[in-house]
Design a protein around this ligand. Structure first.
Ligand SMILES: [Zn+2]
Length: 297
């Protein structure tokens, strides 16, 4: 078994206290507490302590004039993040981020995902998408407001989450894994794609599998999900029963694909030297999906 029993980026100890977000007095009260803590980030890169927890400082470490978001409470301590501007590509999981992610306990990585997601979203949404005016942090940092008092149109903007389906085609005792051109040698994983406007999860799974591998989906079952903060996806992991093992690869999307059985998947997850393929990393939901299928899901 891996150290991630649950999908990566889930299991945060954060109590979100969302019913108080529209109460500025509650926000100010939390910010004035000596126990208030600020998530230490270098841009979007987290900092870890030696025990695998996130590094937190006092609110005095926040840059002046920068808005704060109140994530919620952990251990009864208010947890904030400074909404600094960042120029980093939010979809890029840098080497530096990977290094810290491998040090963080799973619940801590999940809390980081919340902070990173808010910092990144605010940084990229300073202006109203409806009228173009500058917006301000709103609802304790969980939204932005195009403020009528500042001449704006009054629209509230909320952080978006982009759903992505990630799936294994299943036929008999085998599932299909594929690899993209840019991946490390021997890495194979589940196929994936964004849901399009006006599409159900089942329809997106069937469309993506057909587009990328030419297989015909007969039934879809949901397995598990995870937030993926690069930059703002919700990964929805499914298994799709397909009509036959015959595949027609889209060479633009995939470099190759393999039908593998439970033994081969288990060997890859164990990182056996003679495994058929190299499994995705433990914090990726494809790892959870393959694990659950190998265990009989
Ligand atoms: Zn506006």
């Amino acid at each position: 078994m891996t150290r991630f029993a649950a999908p990566g980026f889930t299991g945060s100890l954060l109590i979100r206290v969302d019913h108080e977000r529209n109460n500025p007095a509650w926000f100010d009260e939390q910010a004035s507490k000596l126990s208030a803590r600020l998530m230490r980030l270098d841009g979007l890169i987290p900092r870890a302590e030696e025990d695998g927890t996130l590094s937190w400082g006092s609110l005095a470490e926040a840059p002046p004039e920068v808005e704060l978001a109140l994530l919620g409470l952990i251990d009864d301590k208010p947890r904030f993040v400074a909404l600094t501007d960042t120029r980093e590509d939010p979809s890029h999981r840098s080497f530096a981020v990977n290094v810290v992610l491998n040090q963080l306990q799973p619940a801590e990585a999940a809390t980081y995902a919340v902070g990173r997601g808010l910092v990144d979203w605010h940084s990229r949404h300073r202006f109203c998408a409806r009228c173009g005016r500058a917006t301000r942090a709103h609802l304790s940092g969980w939204a932005r407001l195009c403020d009528r008092e500042q001449g704006g149109c009054g629209t509230e903007h909320f952080p978006r989450t982009d759903p992505v389906v990630i799936m294994l085609a299943e036929h008999g005792d085998h599932v299909l894994v594929g690899r993209q051109h840019s991946w490390p040698a021997r890495r194979f994983s589940a196929l994936a794609g964004f849901l399009e406007v006006g599409e159900s999860i089942e329809e997106a799974v069937a469309r993506e599998l057909n587009e990328e591998a030419g297989v015909v989906t007969q039934a879809v079952r949901y397995i598990c999900s995870q937030p993926w903060p690069f930059p703002s996806q919700l990964m929805i992991a499914c298994i799709a029963s397909v009509a036959s093992k015959e595949i027609v690869l889209d060479g633009n999307e995939l470099e190759g694909a393999l039908w593998v059985d439970r033994g081969e998947v288990a060997a890859a997850l164990r990182e056996d030297a003679d495994a058929t393929f190299l499994a995705p990393p433990p914090f990726a939901i494809a790892h959870s999906l393959l694990s659950r299928w190998a265990e009989g899901a």
